[in-house]
Design a protein around this ligand. Structure first.
Ligand code: GDP
Ligand code: IMO
Ligand code: MG
Length: 430
């Protein structure tokens, strides 16, 4: 299948980076299409561990062109750091391309992200404070500064003057916080322009040409379906659309180009930041996932909230993304549990109304009050990190996978049993 979109089916951190790394071996191009350096995608290979925030996870293969599409918001400071860090480890980054239409995260976006969160107090979103929301806000408000603006210092200065005037007023007069120095910002961004210049390209055209040559192109989602600004647990979401449809907009390809959509689903659930999470676990069981799954944010280091797998959420993700296949990750983390719960339905009881939701509730306040209804399956004790074929897995683990496939109505293409590149089971053996 030449064009495959890979998306998260939960609240992010499902293991998208490692799945992309697995699929990229047989692909020629990997394209990020939304989000920014709120993302943290981890890959573990023979050379050690890599954490990517902006650079597409395919960069480690010299045969792959790694593309940052127009839908991504780019903090050039972070991108320059990532390029330097990779170069320091022997990767040239000559295969990196950056869309000239992508928007830039500016220093005032980061200050505003923090100011909004502080002002919200107890009602805060729990953002990564990387300036993501304010950057997308400016894109929609047509006040944004784009990668192509870096190419012309005169235009960059004009756009900066307009934007900084407005933003400094907001920071200083409304949020009582220091503004930014326009000269300093101009100097910094002019330096980024020199460094990033060689990577800037018409990436929509590059992708089209690759597809026309019959090459395999992967579209790498960031965040997850439940963090989607339209379909997720609003307002506790990110400011972009992590669902598969967004790949077309954020990369500049038509929907008919996409052949396959793989949903990455952790064998349990995690969430970072605030917002509802029906299957969340506290106490010893929650700690099992935190400790065994090493569930700490790749970007902010925050402890992730952990809970059982939620099939209502997974079915919602199947629908919203048009999934054609699943990648189930971190199955090894379930080893050692006596019993495993899976949420197959929600119960809602308010004001004399009793509703059983097998589909995701249409109203946010219903979701807030839902209680998970669990099916309980027997666990397994064996260490499964050495499994490479389905038949290597204990029968209880295979039954768990069968239940997921049956409920989701979508086949499993990849099962991961450890963070390493080879720690996978591919049921079809492809
Ligand atoms: P992403 O944001 O979706 O790419 O996921 P993250 O990289 O933020 O988080 C996934 C974490 O789980 C990373 O630390 C991975 O190295 C790790 N990981 C991925 N797959 C597996 C697996 O099958 N088993 C275990 N134990 N860890 C895994
Ligand atoms: P990857 O790609 C998990 C969460 C934040 C917060 C909310 C809004 O690694 O899966 P933002 O900074 O985007 O305005 O924060 O979204 N969030 C993520 N959670 N994984 C991510 O990315 C995330 N990116 C944002 O924690 O709750
Ligand atoms: Mg992550």
């Amino acid at each position: 299948m030449p064009a495959t979109v890979v998306v998260g089916t939960q609240w992010g951190d499902e293991g998208k980076g490692r799945v992309i790394d697995n699929l990229a071996e047989k692909s020629q191009m990997v394209v990020r299409f939304q989000g920014g350096n709120n993302a943290g995608h981890t890959i573990v290979n023979e050379a050690g561990e890599f954490k990517f925030h902006l650079i597409p996870s395919g960069i480690l293969y010299p045969h792959v062109t790694a593309v940052i599409g127009n839908g991504v918001v780019i903090d050039p400071r972070v991108l320059c750091q990532e390029i330097d860090a990779l170069r320091g480890r022997g990767y040239s980054c000559d295969n990196l391309r950056l869309s000239s239409n992508a928007h830039l995260i500016m220093p005032y976006h980061i200050l505003l992200d923090a100011a909004y969160e502080t002002q919200l107090g107890k009602r805060k979103i729990g953002t990564t404070r990387r300036g993501i929301g304010p950057a997308y806000t400016d894109k929609a408000a047509r006040l944004g500064i784009r990668v192509q603006d870096l190419a012309d210092k005169k235009i960059l200065r004009q756009k900066l003057d307009t934007a900084i005037g407005v933003k400094n007023d907001l920071l200083e007069k409304v949020y009582n916080s220091p503004g930014v120095d326009p000269f300093e910002v101009m100097e910094q961004y002019a330096a980024y322009a020199d460094k990033l210049g060689p990577y800037i390209a018409d990436t929509s055209l590059l992708i089209d040409k690759a597809l026309k040559r019959g090459e395999k192109v992967l579209f790498e989602g960031a965040q997850g379906t439940m963090l989607d600004i339209d379909h997720g647990t609003y307002p506790f979401v990110t400011s972009s659309n992590p669902i598969a449809g967004s790949a077309c907009v954020g990369a500049g390809v038509g929907p008919t180009a996409i052949n396959e959509v793989i949903g990455v689903c952790k064998a349990y659930t995690t969430r970072v930041g605030e917002g509802p999470f029906p299957t969340e676990l506290e106490g010893a069981l929650g700690d099992h996932f935190v400790n065994k799954g090493i569930e700490f944010g790749t970007t902010t280091g925050r402890k992730r909230r952990c809970g059982w797998l939620d099939l209502v959420v997974l079915k919602y993700a199947v629908r919203l993304n048009g999934l054609t296949g699943l990648a189930i990750t971190k199955l090894d983390v379930l080893s050692g549990l006596d019993q495993i719960n899976v949420c197959s339905m929600y119960e809602y009881d308010q004001d004399g109304n009793h509703i059983n939701f097998t589909d995701f509730p249409p109203h946010q306040s219903q979701f807030y009050h839902c209680r998970p209804v669990y099916q309980t399956l027997p666990g397994w004790k064996e260490d499964i990190t050495g499994a490479r074929m389905l038949s290597d897995l204990p029968v209880e683990a295979r039954d768990y996978l069968d239940l997921i496939v049956e409920e989701a109505g979508v086949p499993v293409k990849i099962v991961s049993v450890g963070p390493g590149r080879d720690e996978v089971v591919e049921p079809d053996g492809n």
